[in-house]
Design a protein around this ligand. Structure first.
Ligand code: NAG
Ligand code: NAG
Length: 619
């Protein structure tokens, strides 16, 4: 332990030094930029405005970029004809995305930071390719992720951000500029070809090619050609993934490998013509006749940027790599079970191991599910938002991902007064799509109690949230639920309800309620009971499933409600989260629901023996 006693002499030299440092960093942004990109988002056909596919539609109140132009059909026809462009007969004008970008310049900006609080950047990024004709038409875009991977607290250091200039295809038409260089690729070699230039940034070359507007447009409308780059991102860690449609990570070589995590460039190449639902079509879940609905619940994956650190591995192996080991487990369970739905019940992102970039962690977490084209839902835990992105920003990312069922409720908030990601998902009968067979509720259970003295520990799902789902049920859901057949309802959230402690029967003192599975650690339910169980009872929910307590994996039938409700834990699945309690192997819970007789079956699988089911039960 190092102790320093400050003498008057020290103070006399320190004070001016601190003053000089403060002056040096004056005018710097007060807060370090969060790791979000400031790329202008398109506001057009791909924004999912045709929500007809939802029965229960909640429009997100995402910030839409008001600077994005809406292109009229006649205006587009005029621009095409004045540029002598004949559209391919199978391209529909109304689906042309004139706001799609092409990248016309690339550069970086170096900054110095002090105590990770103040950051001073040069006023202009260094850009490589000056194209005077495009001046005034392009917008500057910043990817606010530090390539140098500054991580955790440091007193001072350098950070660096990637910048690029981009112009929309519509603006290019209007500008009447006829040839220009646009980004076509990244490469580990500096290509020089006809009409080609490349610029080295760190270890990668960014390759630009000269095009005429006619060439560029025809190439991007034709669906079988290699499209131009329409957007760019940086992801970190050798195991990073980008499962989004049209996005590909250049993995041959990192942008830079000299810092804590290698950084990679991910490029989007999208066609200009995007029919409705091109991105993330949110469709109804339709269950074919005679089929059960199978759900895989992934609880507490605790993933980070890079391979991440194994915590309390059990049984211990020689060489544990946390996230790769968790993925192997997830992949085998998804392959064995072939589920219809995957539910992430919080703490999928270990925030303090994603300070570099929560987006990199999030994209790799969902990749195995998106690659298998399985619809998935997600709720937040208490650790997801402790990295580079806040809960709301994470929610915006998740809302837009392929096969995501995540929705914003009209009352969602950035703070814990209502939280974000409170939504309802229904499952319909494929032969009779107005018939609702099942209803799933997803709720934000927040993080830590804000009234620590009165109710210490974890926060709770607020009365307003329970009121909201009850209100939706009573005003609309209820009407579509047939009364002559079994209806299945389940609720998913991260932190257990207080009734998860009902090991002893309330109605018959001295008796125990039915329980299947292990009860190894103290249940970390909130100390305050916001009355959720009664609401769930009124809605006819039979089962709730949560995460949070990694070493509890039981299902307990509580008798605190009018009807017996099963309260289940998913059981921790991630090697990067705590375990212990005498050694706990990671596990995954599965639900299998038969809509004809209303039976719900559940079982779990262990990391070491994924082929074997255990703790099978029927509700
Ligand atoms: C963006 O889209 C929204 C919703 O479709 C619309 O209300 C808004 O006017 C659009 N903004 C622009 C600038 O086109
Ligand atoms: C789905 O609809 C068909 C046709 O109406 C019906 O025969 C079948 O029983 C329904 N399935 C369920 C699970 O209700």
């Amino acid at each position: 332990m190092l102790r320093m006693r400050l003498s008057k002499r020290h103070i006399r030299t320190l004070v001016p030094l601190v003053l000089v440092l403060c002056v040096l960093f004056m005018g710097y942004r007060h807060q370090r930029t969060p790791n979000v990109r400031t790329v202008t988002k398109n506001n057009n056909s791909n924004s999912n405005s045709n929500n007809n596919d939802y029965i229960w539609t909640i429009k997100s109140d995402k910030v839409t970029n008001c600077g994005t132009k809406k292109w009229g059909k006649d205006e587009i026809i005029g621009l095409l004809s004045s540029n002598h462009i004949d559209l391919d007969s199978n391209v529909d004008i109304q689906y042309l995305d004139m706001n799609q970008l092409v990248i016309t310049n690339i550069g970086t900006k170096e900054c110095h930071y002090l105590a990770k609080k103040f950051e001073r950047c040069s006023t202009k990024p260094m850009k490589e390719l000056i194209q005077p004709s495009l001046k005034g038409y392009t917008d500057e875009h910043a990817i606010k992720k530090d390539i140098r991977g500054s991580f955790g607290f440091e007193w001072f250091g350098k950070s660096e951000y990637l910048y690029f200039d981009a112009i929309s295809i519509g603006s290019l038409f209007q500008s009447q500029i006829n040839d220009f260089f646009v980004l076509i690729d990244v490469s580990d070699e500096g290509n020089t070809g006809k009409d080609q230039v490349s610029f080295k940034i760190h270890d990668l070359y960014f390759v630009f090619q000269k095009y005429t507007l006619k060439q560029l447009f025809e190439m991007n409308t034709n669906s079988d050609t290699h499209h131009l780059v329409s957007d760019m991102n940086i992801l970190f860690g050798t195991d990073c993934k980008d499962p989004r449609q049209d996005w590909n990570i250049y993995k041959n070589k990192p942008l830079s490998n000299h810092y804590r995590f290698p950084s990679y460039i991910s490029l989007e190449r999208a066609p200009v013509s995007k029919p409705p639902g091109y991105h993330n079509p949110k469709t109804k879940i339709l269950l074919p006749d005679g089929k059960n609905l199978k759900i895989v619940q992934l609880a507490d994956l605790h993933m980070g940027v890079g391979e991440n650190k194994c915590i309390d591995e059990y049984p211990i192996t020689e060489n544990c790599h946390a996230d790769p080991k968790t993925f192997e487990f997830i992949n085998s369970v998804l392959d064995i079970e072939q589920p219809d739905l995957v539910v992430f019940t919080g703490d999928q992102i270990m925030g303090d191991r994603s300070i570099q970039d929560s987006e990199s962690t999030l994209l790799k977490v969902v990749a195995p599910v998106i690659e298998r084209e399985i619809p998935w839902a997600m709720v937040w835990g208490n650790h997801d938002d402790e990295g580079s992105l806040a809960r709301w920003e994470l929610s915006e990312l998740v809302y837009d991902l392929p096969f995501s069922l995540f929705k914003f409720s009209p009352f969602d908030t950035r703070d814990n007064s209502f939280g974000v990601g409170n939504y309802i998902q229904e499952v319909y009968n494929k032969s009779n799509p107005s018939d609702v067979l099942m209803t799933f509720y997803f709720l934000d259970s927040h993080k830590y109690s804000k009234t620590g003295k009165l109710h210490p520990g974890y926060d709770w799902i607020k009365e307003k949230q329970w009121d909201y789902i009850k209100d939706v049920y009573e005003t609309s859901l209820y009407k579509n639920i047939p009364t002559d057949k079994p209806h299945i309802s389940m609720a998913f959230f991260h932190i257990p309800l207080p009734e998860y402690l009902d090991i002893d029967s309330k109605k018959s003192p001295g008796e125990q309620n039915p329980i299947v599975g292990s009860f190894k650690e103290g249940v970390t339910a909130p100390k305050y009971n916001s009355g959720g169980l009664k609401v769930l009872d009124d809605l006819g929910v039979q089962v709730t499933s949560c995460g949070h307590d990694h070493c509890n994996d039981y299902c307990l039938q509580t008798d605190s409600a009018r009807n017996p409700i099963w309260l289940c834990f998913g059981g921790g699945a991630g090697e990067g989260g705590y375990a212990g309690y005498g050694g706990t192997e990671r596990r995954i819970r599965i639900y299998n629901i038969n809509p004809s007789n209303g039976n719900i079956y559940t079982w779990k699988r262990l990391n070491g023996t994924p082929n074997d089911k255990f703790d099978q039960q029927q509700f």
